[in-house]
Design a protein around this ligand. Sequence first.
Ligand SMILES: [Zn+2]
Length: 238
Amino acid sequence: MPTELLFRQDAYLKETAATVAAVNERGGIVLDRTVFYATGGGQPGDAGSLRRADGSEIAIGTTIYDPEDRSRVIHVPLEGQASPEPGETVTAVLDWEKRLKRMRVHTALHLLSVVLPYPVTGGSVGDADGRLDFDIPEGGLDKDEVAEKLNALVARHADVTERWITDAELDANPGLIKTMSVQPPRGSGRVRLVAIGDIDLQPCGGTHVRNTAEIGPLAVTAIEKKGKQNRRVRIALA
Ligand SMILES: [Zn+2]
């Protein structure tokens, strides 16, 4: 049975009741539903805890997709934790402070891809910082200038909205793809689009804040040269 990904519908959900679907041989816990974001798209899996009926807690260090069945989410406990029984009801509780920072950074990286409209070759989200790698033909990027443009976008207090679109709808609206900063993936039947006001539109499965105001002030901490045509731009919550 696939795990229901509640973080896809509501990134602000901090906890949920869930049933233990399975415990694998390495102690990984599969739930029928979860608020824990699983590692993907450059963003680390969530930490938190599973609260049992007796009030005790199983500390979760990270969350991943089951490599043998990617429709299932595995909550990876820290060492030495008790193991729940399949069928047991638990409350899955996020380390919300950590997640919210990652949501702020992740949404900020969307804005960075608008400030620097070049092909993105990689990226990652940390707990209070993040980076994108760009394929940029010439150097000469100015840290202060990038930071200024980034903070101007944050200050527009733009709403972040998400909607699903079918492959057929995409095909019927070729103009939509033209306005997207990233080409949507094909083949799964539907794509999740994330819009930041009229600033950015791209397919994304990640977790975002509701409004750019929540990102707060940003700093550009480094612009590094990674090969002839690659620049790594690092940002941080200021
Ligand atoms: Zn995103």
